[in-house]
Design a protein around this ligand. Structure first.
Ligand SMILES: Nc1ncnc2c1ncn2[C@@H]1O[C@H](COP(=O)(O)OP(=O)(O)OP(=O)(O)O)[C@@H](O)[C@H]1O
Length: 433
């Protein structure tokens, strides 16, 4: 299968006052084109940090320490993979939203309570699909002009003004990207003058519309105002269409509502709409159903499955729930304390779990026919400031051997496309993923 993204030996740490949290311990995973790939594991095992690292949105005090992240889908990377670990923030901005989108755990906290649904989904179109929105607007305006509506004698001048307005938009976007690039460099600044510079840049970014003379001038010219309204209309048409595709009932009405007026399931659909507005190739869904009741959860999972068949190529699904994995994923990696311990196709994993942690996870799922007490994995996920030596699972493992305390197990391919990192299976042929 063709890869869409991968990580190789990824180490991410958090530098806290208590000590260094070694959150990722050399994670190597990959997502194929056209698949729904799951990351599963207990709370705190590193699922979110893995995908945040892949999107390069790990924030201070966190840092990607070493390793590689390859994305195989931008124009530049179509033929060969480029490691994005050292790439600039401006470059990442072209990837995020355009190629990868992410939906987070709690829909309500991802939405802005003071902006209408239309404004929030529209912002995503504005940011990522502006050239298309401008083109459509210009086409409509040209049609109006050609049909004799409006100022026909001034056709040429109007077209010239439209080109100006477009340049203003492009200039605005370029300025924002340039500031983001500088902000990224100053992210971890400790020097007082750098911190002042960073704060000034943040303020400048917020007020760029007001501060840029050309943008400011345009906002006072009636023609530009009219043009802007036309763009807003084009975006609104797209937002309503997207909401309709996502099964939002009465989208013409919902577009003007505010998040608090919608149910949890509907809010999650809006968050998905924001993520999909730019047609990403990969959607990362971080526990998107964790706070929804089971019927709504089933609807959202269904929606994500349908979307994968229509709008998006691949889904990276994060969950702690093996039931959800069985329902939506094609392939899955089990994570434990910052390690990817087992990877297989979902059917194979459920039929033939190898790693003691995977077996423990499966045994701790309640079953209808179960008699007696539910089996659990003894102990808890370790504190990653002082992770266990060797295999991080060894203090909780019923099969722990001496070697497990001393050496981190390498990942081997136990059977076709079934990988495991456990000393119980080493001694067999070592294959790199
Ligand atoms: N900002 C942070 N500062 C310090 N440690 C952090 C930070 N974010 C994550 N960690 C640590 O990184 C480790 C992995 O966390 P992560 O959020 O990836 O877990 P998870 O598997 O996604 O769990 P959950 O399902 O609860 O989100 C944990 O030990 C966590 O405490």
């Amino acid at each position: 299968m063709e890869k869409l993204a991968d990580t190789k030996e990824l180490y991410t740490n958090f530098y806290t006052f208590e000590g260094v949290v070694k959150a990722l311990n050399g994670v190597s995973i990959h997502v194929n084109k056209g698949e729904t790939y799951g990351l599963v594991g207990e709370s705190g095992c590193g699922k979110s940090v893995t995908v945040r690292s892949m999107m390069r949105i790990v924030q201070a005090p966190g840092r990607i320490e070493s390793g590689q992240i390859h994305l195989f889908f931008s124009e530049e990377q179509r033929d060969k993979a480029i490691d994005i670990v050292g790439r600039s923030e401006a470059f990442m901005q072209t990837i995020r939203g355009n190629d990868i989108s992410m939906i987070f755990q709690e829909a309500s906290s991802s939405l802005n309570p003071v902006l209408s649904i239309g404004e929030q989904v529209g912002e995503s179109f504005q940011f990522h699909r502006m050239p298309q929105m401008l083109e459509e607007t210009e086409k409509r305006l040209s049609e109006d002009i050609n049909a004799g509506k409006g100022l026909v004698p001034y056709k040429k001048m109007i077209r010239g003004l439209m080109a100006r307005e477009r340049a203003v938009y492009e200039r605005h976007n370029r300025l924002v990207l340039e500031i983001d690039e500088q902000l990224y460099r100053l992210e971890e600044a400790t020097d007082a003058s750098d911190i002042r510079k960073r704060e000034a840049l943040k303020r400048h970014r917020e007020h760029i519309r007001k501060k840029d003379p050309l943008v400011q001038f345009a906002s006072h010219v009636p023609f530009f105002k009219r043009y802007r309204k036309r763009i807003a209309f084009t975006i609104r048409v797209h937002v309503i269409e997207l909401l309709r595709q996502l099964g939002v009932p009465n989208p013409d009405n919902v577009v003007d509502r505010y998040p608090h007026e919608l149910s949890g399931g509907m809010q999650q659909r809006i968050v998905i709409a924001i993520a999909l507005a730019c047609h990403p190739r990969m959607l990362i869904a971080d526990e998107p159903t964790s706070n929804l009741d089971v019927t709504i959860q089933a609807q959202i999972l269904d929606l994500i499955k349908k979307l994968k068949e229509t709008l998006i190529s691949s889904v990276l699904f994060i969950t702690h729930d093996l039931g959800v994995v069985a329902e939506v994923c094609d392939r899955v990696t089990v994570m434990y304390a910052g390690d990817a311990v087992e990877t297989a196709e979902v059917k194979e994993l459920f039929k033939n779990p190898l790693h003691p942690y995977t077996k423990g996870l499966m045994n701790s799922v309640p079953k209808v026919e179960q008699e007696g007490a539910l089996q659990t994995i003894p102990g808890t996920v370790p504190n990653l400031i002082h992770p266990p030596t060797g295999c991080r699972f060894h203090p909780r493992c019923p099969y722990a051997m001496d070697i497990c305390k001393k050496e981190k197990p390498v990942t081997i391919e136990h059977s076709k496309d079934h990988f495991v990192a456990c000393h119980l299976f080493t001694g067999e042929k070592h294959n790199e993923r």
